[in-house]
Design a protein around this ligand. Structure first.
Ligand SMILES: Cc1cc2nc3c(=O)[nH]c(=O)nc-3n(C[C@H](O)[C@H](O)[C@H](O)COP(=O)(O)O)c2cc1C
Length: 172
């Protein structure tokens, strides 16, 4: 599919079929994330594939935004690996790097007919505690993934609404 068409067609899926994602499709999605650019190529992402009954129950108890997806990717930044700016103390690119990784996984999934929704509606401290994540691993977002259910439709009010380029782009 033409990339602009793929980007236009993709929408946040919030109703999933219980159909399992074949292992090879999941691997393609993870591979798309692996190919993402990251600052200094440090690749600070750490992706937890939540698909056991126990892990899914844990994440579903912490956010209402997993929409019963059969797999949830818990996308984290390893702050011990992220690039830290020498010029701006306290600034690192971990969240940005993981966002690019997550974007590539989201788009690859869509190309495979697998839906997803980017989720930040959770308390990262609670998630880190529930999954006993090491101190340097910071949850950035969740990507619930799965085949869209038959009645899945975009939230038209959001999906069909984009600010005009004249508002978001400025030439100087
Ligand atoms: C950083 C970020 C956080 C988001 N958090 C949530 C969330 O917690 N729950 C949810 O249902 N959707 C969430 N979304 C999805 C957005 O609402 C959605 O992408 C936006 O409304 C555009 O709709 P579309 O993806 O269908 O085109 C999030 C998206 C982004 C990029």
């Amino acid at each position: 599919m033409n990339f602009l068409q793929l980007a236009a067609d993709r929408y946040s899926v919030r109703s999933f079929s219980p159909k399992a994602i074949p292992r090879e499709e999941l691997e393609k999605i993870l591979r798309a994330g692996q190919l993402a650019p990251t600052a200094v190529n440090y690749q600070p992402q750490k992706i937890y594939v939540l698909q056991s009954r126990e892990a899914l129950a844990t994440i579903r108890a912490l956010t209402r935004f997993t929409y019963d997806a059969p797999v949830v990717l818990l996308c984290c930044a390893d702050l011990s690996k992220a690039w830290h700016s020498p010029a701006e103390p306290g600034y690192n690119t971990g969240e940005m790097d993981v966002s690019i990784v997550c974007t590539q996984m989201m788009l690859e999934a869509w190309e495979l007919g697998i839906g997803s929704v980017w989720v930040r509606g959770f308390d990262a401290r609670e998630v880190a505690k529930a999954f006993a994540l090491p101190e340097q691993i910071r949850p950035i977002c969740l990507l619930p993934i799965g085949y869209p259910s038959q009645d899945s439709v975009p939230y038209a009010r959001w999906h069909n609404s984009r600010r005009p380029l004249s508002e978001t782009v400025e030439e100087r």
